[in-house]
Ligand binder design. Structure first.
Ligand SMILES: *[C@@H]1O[C@H](CO)[C@@H](O)[C@H](O)[C@H]1NC(C)=O
Ligand SMILES: *[C@@H]1O[C@H](CO)[C@@H](O)[C@H](O)[C@H]1NC(C)=O
Ligand SMILES: *[C@@H]1O[C@H](CO)[C@@H](O)[C@H](O)[C@H]1NC(C)=O
Ligand SMILES: *[C@@H]1O[C@H](CO)[C@@H](O)[C@H](O)[C@H]1NC(C)=O
Ligand SMILES: *[C@@H]1O[C@H](CO)[C@@H](O)[C@H](O)[C@H]1NC(C)=O
Ligand SMILES: *[C@@H]1O[C@H](CO)[C@@H](O)[C@H](O)[C@H]1NC(C)=O
Ligand SMILES: *[C@@H]1O[C@H](CO)[C@@H](O)[C@H](O)[C@H]1NC(C)=O
Ligand SMILES: [Cu+2]
Length: 646
C-alpha cells in the first residue's frame, strides 16, 4: 500500500507572521506549515492566517507584471478567472481565497483586515461547529458586529474533520468573491475511508463557484429590461475557467484547472460547491466512476456513481481510481435548474502522468451532460422512492459509521418543527404604494418577490443576538404567529425558533414555492441526520402543497430512516417536496438556518435556531465589539440652544 504523501508543490500563500517576542506568537505557525500529513498522537498546531479583504480586479496590470512562469502560481497577484475583466472582492488578492488545510483538532487563528472602504464584512466558517466559540461563527447581527472598513477582527477556532469552506456572510457579497476552502484531515489510522484511497493531496481540492461579470449590486433588486435575472455568467474551478461569448461566438483562452494523477492509484478529491446563485451543479469525470465517501464532512457508505449533483453549500469527497488508459480526460461541470436556459458549463482536466492530449480533442457539450445515462447522485429531479435506476436521492445514502446517540433515532423526537418556506410575488401596485418599503428581488424582470419561512420574512436585528441579546430582542417575531407591532400582514422580523438544550430535534422542511426549483438549506453550528426526503411523485399526490405534506406526516405516511441516515449540514430540499432531519441540540447558541442561495436569504428565506436560553451561551470574550442603533430621546434643550442659521 502506498503511503499518503503531501506534495511540497502546494500552491498556497499565506503571509508569514513576523517573528515576535510575544509568547503566543511563538506557538503560532504560519498557515502553510500546517499543511502536513496528519499523525496519530501528534499535538495540535496553532495555525495563523492573515487575511486582507480588498476591492481588486481580474486581469489588468498585476497580470501583465507577473513573470510568465509565475502567472498561474501564488507568487503572482494575478487573478485570471474566466478571462473576463471585472472588479471583485478578494482575500489576499486571490480567488478562491487562500486554502486553509490543517489536521483535525488544529487551532486556527485568522486575522481578517477589512480594507474595503464603504463595505463591511464577516467570515463564516461553513460546517465548523464552533462549540464554545459560538461568537466566531461569523454571521453579522447574529453572532458578531460587522467588521467595518479599517478594522481587524481575529477569529479563533478548533477544526472538526472534513471538507469545509469559508465565505463572507455580509449581504450579497459572496457573489463577488471572499470564499475559500477549509480542509481538516485525520490521521490515516482514524480515517474510516483510508483503505479506499492512496492519496489525499492538497491540490485535489475542487472549489467550485459561480461567477458573474458584474457586481451583484447591478442585479439586485433587479432590472426589467436587461440582465433581468440573478443567474451567473460562468463557473470557476479553483478560480479557473473559460468563457464563451455567445454573441461574438468566441471563447477566452485562460488556463483550465488541471488535476494530476498517476495510473493505477486511487485519489481522494474534495469537492466544494461554493455557488451563490440558485443554480444547481452537475459534475462528472469522463471515462471514470466516482466513489462518494463523505458529504459535508460526514462519512457515508461508499457509493459508486457517474455524476454528482449538488447545490450551494454542499460538499462531496469522492475517490477517483486512475485505472483507465493513461491520458487526459475532461472533468465537466454544468449548471442546472434555473441555469438550464443559459447552458452554463465549465471544464477542468484530469491528467495522467506522462500522457498526451489525444483524448481531449472533443469538448463535451452541455447537452451531452444532460443526456448522460450513468447513475447520478442527488439529481434535483430524481424521486426519493425506491426507483433508483436514473438517480440516487441524497436520502438513499447510508451513514458510514454507527450512530452512537441511539436516542437521536428514537421513534418520537423531543421537539418537532414544521418549517415551510415560500416565495411570494407582489403586484407592482402593492409594492410601490402606501409607503411600502419591502425588501424584494425582481425575478425575470417582472416578478417582485419576497421570501417567507412560516409566514415571516427574515430580517436581521440591529445588534447581534448572541452578544447583545437585550439590544436585539425587540426585533424577534411574535411566537404566536401574530403580526409584529405596526405591520398588517406579510411581516418582516427576526424569526427565532427556540429549542431546549440537549433535546432531540426533528425539523420537517416543506417546500411551498410555486416555481419549479430546489432550495439549499444550511444550518450553522450543527451536523444533522437526513432521516427522510421526498417529492410529490413519491407521495403519489397530484396537487401537492405544503399543507398536504404536513397532513401526510401527521397521518404517519412519511417514511424515515431511523437506522443509518447520512449526516449533513446543508440539504437540497426537493421541488415541492420535503426533507426531514434530526440533531441533538447540544451546541447552545443562535444559529442561522437559511437558504444558501444568497438572493433568497437576502429577501427573507432564513430563520434562527436558538438552542437553549440566551444565558446558556458562553459569554463573549472581554472587549468583543458592540454595535447597534442610536435613537435616543430627542434632546429639546440641545436643539434649542443651537445657534440659528441665517
Ligand atoms: C472575441 O473576439 C473579439 C474580437 O477579436 C475580442 O475583442 C473579444 O475579446 C473576444 N472575446 C472573447 C470572449 O474571447
Ligand atoms: C462504472 O460503474 C458501473 C456500474 O458499477 C460499471 O458498469 C462501469 O463499468 C464502471 N465504469 C468504469 C469506467 O469503471
Ligand atoms: C440528447 O438527447 C436528445 C433526446 O434523446 C437527442 O435528441 C439529442 O441528440 C441528444 N444530444 C446529444 C448531444 O447527445
Ligand atoms: C393603500 O391605501 C389605500 C387607502 O388607505 C387602501 O385603500 C389600499 O387598499 C392600500 N393598498 C395596499 C396595497 O395596501
Ligand atoms: C406554514 O407555516 C405557518 C406557521 O406554522 C402555518 O400557519 C401555515 O399554514 C403553513 N403553510 C402551509 C402552506 O403549510
Ligand atoms: C400578502 O401578500 C400577498 C401576495 O401579494 C397578498 O395576496 C396578501 O394580501 C398579502 N397579505 C397581507 C395581509 O398584506
Ligand atoms: C398511485 O396512484 C394511482 C392512481 O390513483 C394508484 O393506482 C396507485 O396504486 C397509487 N400508488 C401508490 C403506491 O399508492
Ligand atoms: Cu432558496
Amino acid at each position: 500500500m502506498v503511503q499518503s504523501r503531501f506534495s511540497l508543490l502546494v500552491l498556497l500563500t499565506f503571509l508569514c507572521i513576523a517573528r515576535s517576542q510575544d509568547f503566543t506568537a511563538q506557538l503560532l505557525k504560519p498557515g502553510h506549515e500546517c499543511v502536513r500529513e496528519c499523525k496519530e498522537g501528534e499535538s495540535p498546531m496553532f495555525c495563523h492566517y492573515k487575511f486582507t479583504v480588498e476591492l481588486y480586479q481580474t486581469l489588468g496590470a498585476p497580470c501583465d507584471l507577473c513573470h510568465p512562469d509565475d502567472k498561474f502560481t501564488s507568487k503572482c497577484p494575478c487573478i485570471l478567472a474566466d478571462g473576463f475583466e471585472r472588479t471583485l472582492l478578494a482575500v489576499n488578492k486571490m480567488l478562491p481565497a487562500p486554502s486553509i488545510q490543517v489536521c483535525a483538532g488544529d487551532r486556527i487563528v485568522v486575522d481578517v483586515t477589512n480594507a474595503m472602504e464603504g463595505y463591511d464584512t464577516t467570515l463564516h466558517w461553513h460546517g465548523l461547529r464552533q462549540k464554545n466559540t459560538q461568537y466566531f461563527d461569523g454571521v453579522p447581527m447574529i453572532t458578531q458586529c460587522p467588521i467595518s472598513a479599517g478594522q481587524t477582527f481575529r477569529y479563533q477556532m478548533i477544526t472538526n474533520e472534513g471538507t469545509y469552506f469559508y465565505h463572507t456572510h455580509s449581504g450579497l457579497q459572496k457573489f463577488d468573491g471572499i470564499e475559500g476552502s477549509v480542509i481538516a484531515r485525520l490521521p490515516r489510522s482514524q480515517d474510516g475511508a483510508a483503505h479506499l484511497f492512496d492519496y489525499d493531496l492538497p491540490e485535489h481540492v475542487v472549489f467550485v463557484n459561480d461567477w458573474m461579470h458584474t457586481h451583484i449590486e447591478s442585479k439586485f433588486p433587479g432590472l426589467r429590461t436587461r440582465s433581468t435575472a440573478q443567474q451567473p455568467t460562468s463557473i470557476l474551478i479553483n478560480g479557473k475557467g473559460r468563457w464563451t461569448d455567445l454573441s461574438a461566438g468566441n471563447t477566452t483562452t485562460t488556463p483550465l484547472e488541471v488535476f494530476n494523477v498517476k495510473k493505477g492509484y486511487r485519489y481522494r478529491f474534495r469537492m466544494i460547491n461554493s455557488m451563490t446563485s440558485a443554480c444547481t451543479l452537475g459534475m462528472r469525470v469522463i471515462g471514470h466512476n466516482l466513489t462518494v465517501i463523505t458529504t459535508d464532512g460526514e462519512l457515508v457508505r461508499p457509493q459508486v456513481v457517474d455524476a454528482i449533483h449538488s447545490s450551494a453549500g454542499e460538499r462531496y469527497d469522492f475517490i477517483l481510481h486512475a485505472d483507465q488508459e493513461a491520458g487526459e480526460y475532461w472533468i465537466q461541470f454544468w449548471a442546472t435548474g434555473l441555469c438550464l436556459d443559459d447552458q452554463i458549463q465549465q471544464l477542468a482536466i484530469l491528467k495522467y502522468e506522462g500522457s498526451d492530449s489525444t483524448k481531449l480533442a472533443v469538448v463535451p457539450t452541455y447537452q451531452e451532460a444532460l443526456n448522460h445515462t450513468g447513475l447520478a447522485l442527488n439529481y434535483p429531479l430524481t424521486t426519493c422512492g425506491h426507483d433508483t435506476t436514473h438517480g440516487l436521492c441524497l436520502a438513499h445514502l447510508r451513514s458510514g459509521y454507527e450512530i452512537d446517540d441511539k436516542e437521536l433515532l428514537k421513534e418520537k423526537p423531543d421537539v418537532k418543527l414544521y418549517l415551510n418556506y415560500t416565495l411570494m410575488s407582489y403586484a407592482a401596485e402593492e409594492l410601490f404604494q402606501n409607503d411600502s418599503h419591502r425588501t424584494y428581488a425582481v425575478f425575470g424582470g417582472t416578478q417582485y418577490v419576497q421570501a417567507f419561512v412560516n409566514g415571516y420574512s427574515f430580517k436581521f436585528p440591529p445588534s447581534p443576538l448572541l452578544s447583545q441579546y437585550q439590544d436585539a430582542k425587540h426585533s424577534i417575531c411574535p411566537t404566536d404567529g401574530s403580526n409584529p407591532p405596526g405591520c398588517s400582514g406579510n411581516c418582516s422580523c427576526t424569526n427565532v425558533f427556540n429549542v431546549p438544550l440537549n433535546s432531540v430535534v426533528e425539523i420537517v422542511m416543506i417546500d411551498g414555492v410555486d416555481l419549479a426549483d430546489v432550495h439549499s438549506f444550511h444550518l450553522h453550528g450543527y451536523t444533522f441526520k437526513v432521516v427522510g426526503m421526498g417529492t410529490p411523485a413519491d407521495l403519489n399526490v397530484t396537487a401537492c402543497n405544503s399543507n398536504n405534506i404536513r397532513e401526510f406526516d401527521e397521518a404517519g405516511k412519511l417514511k424515515r430512516n431511523l437506522i443509518d441516515p447520512p449526516g449533513k449540514d446543508t440539504v437540497t430540499v426537493p421541488d415541492k417536496g420535503y426533507a426531514i432531519f434530526r440533531f441533538r441540540a447540544d451546541n447552545p447558541g443562535f444559529w442561522l438556518f437559511h437558504c444558501h442561495f444568497d438572493v433568497h436569504m437576502h429577501i427573507g428565506m432564513a430563520a434562527v435556531l436558538q438552542v437553549g436560553d440566551w444565558w446558556d451561551v458562553p459569554a463573549v470574550p472581554y472587549g468583543f465589539p458592540r454595535c447597534g442603533s442610536y435613537v435616543p430621546d430627542i434632546n429639546i434643550a440641545l436643539l434649542q440652544s443651537a445657534p440659528k442659521t441665517e
